[in-house]
Design a protein around this ligand. Structure first.
Ligand code: GDP
Ligand code: IMO
Ligand code: MG
Length: 432
């Protein structure tokens, strides 16, 4: 039975949380495999009394909201322990059962010195800053690669933990004091901080790679939910304006311990337009009233930092790129409802770089910075589509928009989002 990955096809905030939640009732495990509390997933659930409950998740996989589903924090994640406990408490207070959460013994922990380093590095970079979320993500992954990271399993052996903290602080203390003029973190206080939640954490910690492979052996279904997205991936994104983890389908394997040949399906989540948070190139970005319109109608403000998201038209070049890098089998096209009421809808089909047409992502980052979108203009629609539940319910021009975008994007569109809530979805081909 299948392992299915859900990945972002643009620069994040495509609606991965909603898609994961939508599929949650058909799967046994939902695994977060990369990133940390830099992610922000908003899930809106209709309650039996006709109200809507809104949840903002950062570190926990969206599957935690589905009764019966086991949420897993995989080895590829970086964990802020305070945030983990706060998020669990917040959900418990709202009546969500969080007792099934499993955390990988090999996931890395975000130490306080790395949160500090993230913030001071950004300040130091000035106009060359990346616009990170300031959560310590980059420095924690750097420590992992540099082999001076602290892992969840280290929290259960104080002697080893102390040795590792001493080793890390030998370097970090110098950087913080000598370069950034900050106070040197003390070993004792760092160890105490890291051990604060160890007793509560202990029963959640497992060999999650083993757990997930055994689940697949039994014929159970595992959904792997990406944080961030293809264009923010450290290898395949718009480097250096990326996050520090592998947010693509390959990362779903390394970040979970599920081998590539066990992956059956890759669902790419793509918005009917494009947004980006933080710095970096964005060819279809709009600086006029249209951009303001998308931001307002689409409520494009960050779930994590509250920053206004940069907005632009759909970019089929990056969708094709995401289809290729991830091996997307199905796209979910989200937020189509936000495009309602436009006379015509521009879609970027290729770039012009210094007079040369590029149908694929330019390999050279400088070219991408100078890419000018070549647009095709599709006719708009005025009808309210939020109640559509079948493809035939969509007005003809909206259907044509979906079909045209599908043709340009390199994989079939299997579902279309027409509103934030779980059921505001048009399923074209069943996803599981
Ligand atoms: P994620 O980071 O990919 O999980 O996405 P976010 O949750 O950060 O941002 C997506 C936002 O769009 C959330 O506020 C969702 O509730 C909302 N959303 C998701 N799908 C749709 C849709 O089809 N239509 C509308 N109007 N909103 C949607
Ligand atoms: P979800 O999972 C959008 C962006 C930051 C910054 C860059 C690096 O909700 O789609 P980091 O703190 O990760 O080192 O910041 O990546 N970024 C996101 N943008 N959605 C996200 O997550 C993001 N996570 C990080 O804004 O530009
Ligand atoms: Mg988000």
């Amino acid at each position: 039975m299948p392992a299915i990955a859900i990945i972002g096809a643009q620069w994040g905030d495509e609606g991965k949380g909603k898609a994961t939640d939508l599929l949650g009732s058909s799967v046994d495990y939902v695994v977060k495999f990369n990133g940390g509390n830099n992610a922000g997933h908003t899930v809106v659930i209709d309650t039996p009394d006709g109200k809507q409950e809104k949840y903002a998740l950062h570190l926990l996989p969206s599957g935690i909201l589905t009764p019966g589903c086991t949420p897993v924090i995989g080895n590829g994640v970086v964990v802020d322990l305070d945030v983990l406990m706060e998020e669990l408490d917040g959900l418990e207070a709202r009546g969500v059962d969080t007792s099934k959460l499993v955390v990988s013994a090999s996931a890395h922990v975000i130490a306080d010195y790395n949160r500090t380093l993230d913030k001071v590095t950004e300040r130091f970079l000035g106009s060359r800053r990346l616009g990170t979320t300031g959560r310590g993500i980059g420095p924690t992954y750097a420590d992992k690669m540099n082999r001076i990271g602290i892992r969840i399993q280290d929290l259960f052996d104080e002697k080893i933990l102390r040795q590792k903290v001493e080793g890390a602080l030998e370097l970090k203390g110098q950087v913080l004091t000598k370069i950034y003029n900050r106070r040197a973190p003390l070993v004792d206080e760092t160890v105490a901080e890291l051990l604060k939640h160890a007793d509560r954490l202990r029963p959640m910690v497992r060999d999650t790679g083993l757990l997930l492979n055994q689940a697949l052996d039994r014929g159970e279904t595992v959904l792997l939910e990406a944080g961030q997205a293809t264009l923010l991936d450290v290898d395949h994104g718009t480097y250096p304006f990326v996050t520090s983890s592998s947010a693509t389908a390959g990362g779903a394997c390394t970040g979970s311990g599920i081998p590539p040949m066990r992956m059956d399906q890759v669902i790419g989540i793509v918005k009917a337009y494009t947004t980006r948070v933080g710095e970096g190139p964005f060819p279809t970005e709009l600086f006029d009233d249209s951009g303001e319109h998308l931001r307002k109608v689409g409520a494009e403000f960050g779930t994590t930092t509250g920053r206004p998201r940069r907005c632009g038209w759909y970019d089929a070049v990056i969708a094709r790129y995401a289809a290729r890098v991830n091996g997307v089998t199905d796209f979910v096209l989200t937020k189509l409802d936000v495009l309602t009421g436009l006379e015509q809808v521009p879609v970027c089909v290729a770039y012009d770089v210094g007079g040369v047409r590029h149908d694929e992502m330019p390999v050279n980052q400088t070219d991408f910075h100078h890419a000018v979108p070549i647009y095709e203009y599709l006719p708009g629609w005025w009808e309210d589509i939020s109640g559509a539940r079948t493809f035939a319910d969509l007005p003809q021009n909206a259907q044509d928009y979906v079909r045209a975008v599908e043709k340009m994007s390199g994989a079939r569109i299997s579902a279309v989002g027409v509103g934030p809530s779980r059921d505001a979805t048009v399923v074209v081909h069943p996803l599981i």
